[in-house]
Design a protein around this ligand. Sequence first.
Ligand SMILES: Cc1ncc(COP(=O)(O)O)c(C=O)c1O
Length: 394
Amino acid sequence: MRRWICPNICVQGRHRGNVLYRGKRKKNGRGNFRIPLSLPSIGQRELNAAAKILESGQYVNGEEGRHFGAEFAAYCGAKDGIPVSSGTAALHLALLTAGVGRGDEVITTAYTFVATIGAIIQTGARPVLVDIDPMTYTLDPRLVGNACTRKTKAILPVHLYGHPADMKPLGEKAEKLGIPIIEDAAQAHGALYEGKKTGGLGTLACFSFYPSKNMHVGGEGGIITTTDSTLGDKIWRLRDHGRKDKHVHDLIGFNYRMGELQSAIGRVQLKQLDAMNQKRREIAVHYDSLLENSRKITSPMEQTWARHVYHLYVVRCQDPDKVGNTLARKGIETGAYYRKPCHLQPALQSRVSVPNKLVQTELASQQVLSLPIYPGLSKSAIEEVVSCLLEIRS
Ligand SMILES: Cc1ncc(COP(=O)(O)O)c(C=O)c1O
């Protein structure tokens, strides 16, 4: 059985007791944290997989990437999976593969990490930003119809915090318009919509393996999954300089490859993903029960059609920055995703269209606070976080 460990100390196998890397406390601009917001898990199996690649000398374009792609696609119920260098690279390639380019529009949300919007702009297209459903923080399907024009080339929902977007009405809209759905699943590995996994719900889907995500690859990484195998073929080529075979390049592509080391670690992590998500769900249940009677803190919710994987555990309260700063002084790290939504970002403001006011987006951005969550978070740490939180809010 795998044990969930503090990443600093190896607790099993030959390296038991060794310090894997320095710095027991996580530091950022606000201080020194006893209870960090997130921690990547690492065990002996990842170390063994990494050592095997380092010893092999085959660091790129080997078998690990092909296996990881196939295994991840099978996990999602998709036809193909193409490992790439980051979630941002995944979004860029997925959009290009869907034929999005100059003069086009893509419907999405402002309540996301800036990479979602940046990738659309990089293709030459214009993001059209629609408000969120305040319960799930994801694209409100009721508002999509009005935002569509004859330039609309794709709909790009973001499965935020680990909760899937409401895909059925979005899919119906996309089908009517004859355009693809591209899922941004960077925060929702293993989440379910009506019993089906994210990554297999649209034409294309993009995941990130940034170290704080529900699974990681020991560095930067991402993956594109597709339910259309003809698109997969093109993406494999685009990520490798448009290479058709060793000497022939029939597309202008990129170097968006994922290294073999990352793919090998990803294969190990994928096997643990369901167990890690289950741990996250147990932590969320514990938080929920401790916060149940608080009238000042609103816990996250899970729709009946969804299985949330709690990439983040996000509560709502008044004055979240003040609360966050007080918790930081007690050694507890919190997050604010996203205090400044994309339509208010200086680099993006003039590059996006906002057909209607983003009322729920702006309200959420002023109230959200992410509490620590990762599979190794102890019960006593959860209880300490909540008791500090309730003390501040009493
Ligand atoms: C919703 C969302 N989209 C895209 C990305 C970009 O992924 P990456 O950091 O791997 O480029 C992230 C990463 O945090 C994200 O959260």
